[in-house]
Design a protein around this ligand. Structure first.
Ligand SMILES: [Zn+2]
Length: 76
């Protein structure tokens, strides 16, 4: 699995929507890739913040804004 493939699958991976075999391939790539590792950790923190916000727990707005900026800059 290469970076482009991981990027396409990352959200599904974090969602637990991939098959065990695919999830294992993503995990293996993320563990050794200097680009996808930080991206994956960033997306995961973002999901945790969103989940927390949905449950009505306080979310540090500046952290959320920072994460969003990173995610948006990755899109372009
Ligand atoms: Zn990669």
């Amino acid at each position: 699995m290469d970076c482009a493939e991981v990027e396409r699958r990352l959200w599904e991976y974090l969602d637990g929507a991939l098959s065990p075999k695919e999830a294992k391939a993503v995990r293996a790539h993320v563990a050794r890739c200097g680009g996808c590792g930080p991206a994956c950790r960033c997306c995961r923190s973002f999901l945790i913040l969103v989940a927390r916000a949905l449950r009505g727990q306080p979310v540090a707005p500046e952290i959320l804004r920072g994460r969003l900026r990173v995610l948006i800059s990755r899109e372009s």
